[in-house]
Design a protein around this ligand. Structure first.
Ligand SMILES: [Zn+2]
Length: 277
């Protein structure tokens, strides 16, 4: 499933062709949404906002299009009248004069009024979006110390969208590596410096991935790994997907395990079970 950085890049691409433009025609593929077409057609788009793994397209009349791609949904942008030849089912078409934004295969789609946003079952439950400007390290640190989250293992917490929305499996491994922490540890086991570092890395690693198109490894390490001929799937991350390969910091072999049914990678030396004091 795409994670926060990927969703935000999709939102950026949609915003480029939709924001401040009038959507002359809206078409929905799902019969239950047909009556909403007339409400959105002819409206101007104000903003395309990612919230965790969901997207909100806000229209000037106060209505918002909510979409969550789950595993299968995919957005495509094309010149007006020239949709791509896909075998997927078209679920949403937002048609401006010169561009169409098309959502395929997703089924989690709704049209919401402003007051319904906060009561929406997914939106009401999720924590602050990890890439939102007001999700500061201080705010993340407070959540790590919050009694709702402090007793959870980091391996579970970092995938829990109610803690911080937008993190997923590759980010979990990478954030733990850059924080020097293990998935079994809990926020309550960490001292102030460790919590501060973790809060900073939750934001930093995710932002790096957003800026670079999916790279979480540090730029200088990526350059060196490329020079040594590491393929992209291996050089884009510090530990994720690199089991058996040497850690770029210490040379130890990266290990793979299952944490909460999903794969997790770590360096046994950079992420010691007990940290030296
Ligand atoms: Zn290491």
């Amino acid at each position: 499933m795409p994670e926060g950085p990927e969703i935000r890049r999709v939102a950026d691409r949609l915003a480029e062709v939709l924001v401040d433009r009038t959507v002359e025609r809206v078409r929905f593929g799902l019969p239950r949404l047909k009556p909403e077409e007339a409400l959105l057609s002819g409206q101007r788009v104000l903003e395309v906002e990612p919230r965790g793994k969901a997207l909100l397209t806000h229209f000037e009349n106060g209505l918002s299009l909510y979409s969550h791609n789950q595993l299968y949904g995919v957005w495509r942008i094309c010149p007006a009248g020239r949709p791509p030849n896909l075998t997927r089912s078209l679920r949403v078409a937002l048609e401006t004069r010169d561009r169409w934004a098309l959502l395929y295969s997703a089924s989690d789609i709704e049209v919401l009024e402003e007051h319904e946003l906060d009561q929406h079952p997914f939106l009401a439950r999720i924590g602050p979006d990890v890439l939102a400007a007001d999700t500061t390290p201080a705010r993340i640190r407070r959540r790590l110390r919050d009694s709702r989250f402090a007793g959870r293992s980091l391996g579970a917490l970092l995938l829990d969208q109610t803690f911080v929305a937008g993190l997923g499996n590759y980010l979990r491994s990478e954030i733990l590596f850059f924080s020097g922490l293990r998935p079994e540890q809990r926020p309550r086991d960490l001292d102030e410096d460790e919590v501060a570092l973790l809060a900073r890395q939750i934001r930093e690693v995710t932002r790096r991935s957003y800026r670079t198109g999916g790279l979480t490894e540090l730029p200088e390490e990526v350059r060196e790994a490329k020079r040594l001929g590491e393929p992209r799937r291996s050089h884009r991350h510090a530990v994720f997907g690199r089991s058996g390969k040497p850690c770029r910091r210490c040379g130890a072999r990266i290990r793979r395990s299952e944490v909460g049914t999903r794969r997790l990678y770590l360096c046994p030396l950079c992420q010691p079970l007990r940290r030296p004091s």
